[in-house]
Ligand binder design. Structure first.
Ligand SMILES: [Zn+2]
Length: 251
């Protein structure tokens, strides 16, 4: 499968395999980016707090314990098993599909959650384990968001919206992962001005300043088309943008 369309796949093993190339920080930010696409439809304010906490944790602003407590509060409030590791061998069967026709979606989710917690022991322990294996949480969240958009869509449009969501997730993966190995000249391009501009963009999430960063990179003798085009032409960026990360010097 080519790198261009792998995220369109619904196969758990392929998703997981390709995510392993990312740092834990980028995996946490990818998780948050997926959930931010359905921000208003997230099940609880606790879920939104857990997403924000995931971003803070990725930036080193809160501890594992603080993140685990917020994720546990979300699990207990929303009954959505987003933040715990899948049970080996049961992942696809338990997380894919829409349950019996007669059951409400929430009933089905609640039953699944109860089974999950029983298998994992204490909620906090299960969530802590999830923090340490962020690649699995990305996969769970990717599937959860696809299911959510499908559930909201008309029955005859579900396949279409799932594919559209998978495509959007693929875009976010590339926005965060970047186009392969970083250019060897980044250390020379990372001038004081470039780093200061990039840090400001990241801190303020102000991607409208990226064309200014492109000018600063050119002043540092960067003439790489991929780098300059991403600054000047890409329409959407998220926290963890590969270009901003490289300009700051974080992975
Ligand atoms: Zn970007």
């Amino acid at each position: 499968m080519s790198s261009a369309n792998w995220f369109g796949s619904l196969s758990t093993s392929e998703l997981h395999y390709n995510l392993c190339e990312l740092s834990d920080r980028k995996l946490h930010l990818l998780t948050a980016a997926f959930l931010r696409r359905v921000w208003d439809d997230l099940p609880s304010d606790h879920t939104r707090l857990a997403v924000e906490a995931t971003e803070k944790f990725a930036d080193g602003r809160i501890t594992v314990g603080e993140l685990a407590r917020l994720r546990s509060a979300d699990l207990l409030d929303s009954c959505e098993p987003l933040w715990t590791l899948p049970v080996p061998g049961t992942f696809d069967e338990e997380l894919i599909g829409v349950g019996d026709e007669d059951d409400s979606y929430c009933d089905w989710r609640a039953e699944e959650y109860e089974r999950w917690v029983t298998k994992q022991g204490y909620v906090l322990d299960g969530v802590r384990a999830g923090v340490k294996r962020p690649e699995w949480i990305v996969v769970k969240v990717a599937r959860y968001v696809r299911e959510m958009v499908a559930w909201k869509a008309e029955r005859d449009q579900r396949d279409e919206v799932i594919l559209a969501e998978a495509s959007a997730q693929e875009f976010l993966f590339h926005e965060i992962a970047g186009p392969g190995l970083p250019h060897s000249q980044w250390p020379q391009w990372r001038t004081t001005t470039v780093v200061a501009l990039a840090r400001g963009i990241y801190r303020d999430q102000a991607y409208d300043r990226l064309p200014i960063l492109a000018d600063a990179l050119q002043d540092a003798d960067c003439n790489d088309d991929g780098v300059l085009q991403h600054c000047r032409e890409a329409k959407e960026h998220v926290r963890g943008c590969w270009l901003v990360d490289l300009a700051i010097g974080i992975g």
